[in-house]
Design a binder for this molecule. Structure first.
Ligand code: SF4
Ligand code: SF4
Length: 63
């Protein structure tokens, strides 16, 4: 089974940019006023999840 990829809750995201600066894969960019995740680049390291101040990021399928 493929590893779950990070997923950003667009409603919770404050566009603080924290996840963008920590992602080792540069998988996250700012799309307008929300963080946008390019799933093909994500290696499921989880760093962005621990960085987000509002808990807007989780790994898909882990809820
Ligand atoms: S889980 Fe890791 S690779 Fe994937 S978006 Fe977050 S920081 Fe980047
Ligand atoms: S760290 Fe969280 S609130 Fe900040 S840009 Fe990323 S997803 Fe949005």
């Amino acid at each position: 089974m493929a590893k779950p990829k990070a997923h950003i809750n667009q409603i919770l995201c404050l566009a603080c940019g924290g996840c963008i600066s920590v992602c080792p894969q540069d998988a996250i960019t700012m799309n307008g006023r929300k963080a946008f995740l390019e799933k093909t680049k994500c290696i499921s390291c989880g760093i962005c999840i621990n960085t987000c101040p509002v808990g807007a990021i989780d790994l898909e399928g882990k809820k």
